[in-house]
Design a protein around this ligand. Structure first.
Ligand SMILES: Nc1ncnc2c1ncn2[C@@H]1O[C@H](COP(=O)(O)OP(=O)(O)O)[C@@H](O)[C@H]1O
Ligand SMILES: [Mg+2]
Length: 150
């Protein structure tokens, strides 16, 4: 059964990253995180927090040409690898997403997919769905998140 959705106001980018670190504390290898929200909503910022929480190596960025970036586990005990996918340019093309072979990544990593709504959910039985909203003329974002699936 899915948990009830949780919700939080995020006044600054630091608060968004902090939420990512918090969410990471509950993530295990094999977990899928699907991020939804418009351009500039803070999906990459949240992923940066998740990466920090998982203790992975390498800087999280919004790559222009790379669709999936692998981050190795860092030296910290319990660090879990991260695969960061930006599905924006896939435009909902499921074949292209499948070509990334995220199934095998999910054996040992957490997979986070920006623009993943409607394209990535089939990868696992359950996923953490995080939605980020941005109201006009304010820096504050609103996040809602819930586990969807079994
Ligand atoms: N509360 C906030 N949460 C997240 N990002 C914020 C916030 N306030 C301002 N920002 C800025 O908005 C931008 C969000 O960018 P990014 O995380 O790349 O968004 P997305 O990946 O959703 O397109 C960054 O420049 C960040 O500094
Ligand atoms: Mg982004």
């Amino acid at each position: 059964m899915a948990d009830a959705a949780q919700r939080r106001e995020l006044a600054t980018v630091d608060e968004t990253e902090a939420l990512g670190r918090e969410l990471a504390a509950d993530l295990r290898a094999g977990d899928l995180v699907v991020l939804d929200g418009p351009l500039g909503a803070g999906k990459t910022a949240l992923t940066r927090g998740i990466a920090a929480g998982l203790g992975v190596e390498g800087r999280v960025s919004s790559p222009t040409f790379i669709i999936a970036r692998q981050h190795r586990a860092g030296p910290r005990p319990g660090s879990i690898p991260l695969v960061h996918v930006d599905a924006y340019r896939l435009g909902g093309d499921l074949d292209e997403l499948d070509a990334l072979d995220l199934d095998s990544d999910l054996q040992q990593a957490v997979v986070v997919v920006e623009w993943g709504l409607g394209v990535a959910e089939h990868l696992t039985d359950r996923h953490l769905r995080v939605r980020l909203y941005r109201a006009p003329e304010t820096e504050t974002r609103t996040a809602t998140w819930e586990w969807i699936g079994r």
